[in-house]
Design a protein around this ligand. Structure first.
Ligand code: 13P
Ligand code: SF4
Length: 314
């Protein structure tokens, strides 16, 4: 504990020296969330990264999130405290495979979940997060076929919410697909009064049994607003820290204690301190893909109708 306080003080000093802001995803370790300037879901963190006046961003999350921040803020230094913090689902969509499918389906609009590499974003028309996927797909003209990359479960959720048929890439999150219907049945039997919320990366059968499917930011808002005193939370267990801190009068129970994303847990206070003192690992995006990838993210953040990514060069 004392060691954490010393590290937190060092981090604070380094942060001022480098005019840095620390952004943390909601799945980060409790002590990392506690020293962050802002915690949020993927969409909230992208917006913060873009709007922050800081010169440097320490991104406590996984690689694709830091890459998105680097795309949105090319003038800022973006540091990822552990360069091995990847997202296995993002790795399920390889740019060569997407380029091949895209050449075969030139008429399709490619909607790409932000959990993807910058190269895959550069071969897409528009990005989405779990918080805005339904509204992004709703903005695409109804006559356009849609390819949804890489999360098949989020894609299926979007299909049912929009009534649109999507071509689904076969990717998935191994943390969210470990939830089983029995987890919800057992939780409901033990806590009949509780609300059950799950992330849309869960399989359809889980979403059917839950009360709500929400992004992690959506779960935070739900927790603050619900009258329920107990909430069963079907996502990575890191979110529980924030839910409990912000709602001390309510009880939050993980749907499964096993739902831990090892990549999200690679970031420790020591790694954050090292990132700031050694200025590592600096995330950069190659200029050939940065422009088209930025266009796909910009279309997500704008309100207008979704058009082809003219910058895409396949
Ligand atoms: P959120 O955008 O809902 O925080 O989800 C990110 C993620 O990686 C879920 O596994
Ligand atoms: Fe990727 Fe799943 Fe970890 Fe989210 S929880 S970062 S989707 S592996």
């Amino acid at each position: 504990m004392k060691q954490d306080m010393n590290l937190a003080k060092k981090i604070n000093d380094l942060k001022s020296e480098h005019r840095a802001v620390i952004l943390a995803h909601n799945y980060q370790r409790p002590e990392v969330q506690d020293i962050a300037d802002f915690c949020g879901d993927s969409l909230e963190l992208s917006v913060k990264a873009k709007e922050s006046p800081a010169e440097e961003i320490v991104f406590c999350g996984v690689h694709f999130m830091a890459e998105t921040a680097a795309l949105l803020s090319p003038e800022k230094t973006v540091l990822l405290p552990d360069e091995n913090a990847g997202c296995p689902m993002a790795d399920m969509a390889h740019v060569d495979d997407l380029a091949h499918v895209r050449n075969e389906r030139p008429e399709a609009i490619v909607v790409c979940y932000v959990n993807s590499s910058a190269a895959v974003k550069a071969h897409s028309d528009v990005c989405c997060t779990s918080a805005n996927a339904v509204s992004i797909v709703s903005r695409i003209p109804p006559d356009k076929p849609i390819l949804f990359v890489p999360d098949q479960n989020l894609g299926r959720y979007v299909e049912r919410m929009t009534g649109r048929k999507l071509d689904l890439w076969p990717g998935y999150c191994s943390v969210h697909t470990l939830f089983e219907p029995e987890h919800i049945q057992q939780a409901r039997a033990a806590h009949p009064e509780a609300a059950v919320i799950v992330h849309p990366e869960c399989r359809e059968v889980l979403i059917d049994l839950a009360d709500e499917a929400l992004s992690t930011g959506g779960m935070c808002r739900f927790a603050a607003q619900t009258d329920k005193k107990t909430v069963i939370v079907g996502t990575e267990t890191g979110l529980l820290h924030r839910l409990r801190k912000e709602n001390p009068e309510k009880q939050f129970i993980p749907l499964s204690e096993q739902a831990v994303c090892p990549n999200m847990k690679l970031t420790t206070l020591e790694r954050v301190e090292h990132a700031l003192s050694a200025q590592q690992t600096h995330i950069r995006v190659g200029s050939d893909i940065a422009e088209p990838a930025r266009r796909a993210i910009a279309q997500m953040l704008d309100d207008g109708p979704i058009v082809r990514n003219e910058d895409y060069r396949g």
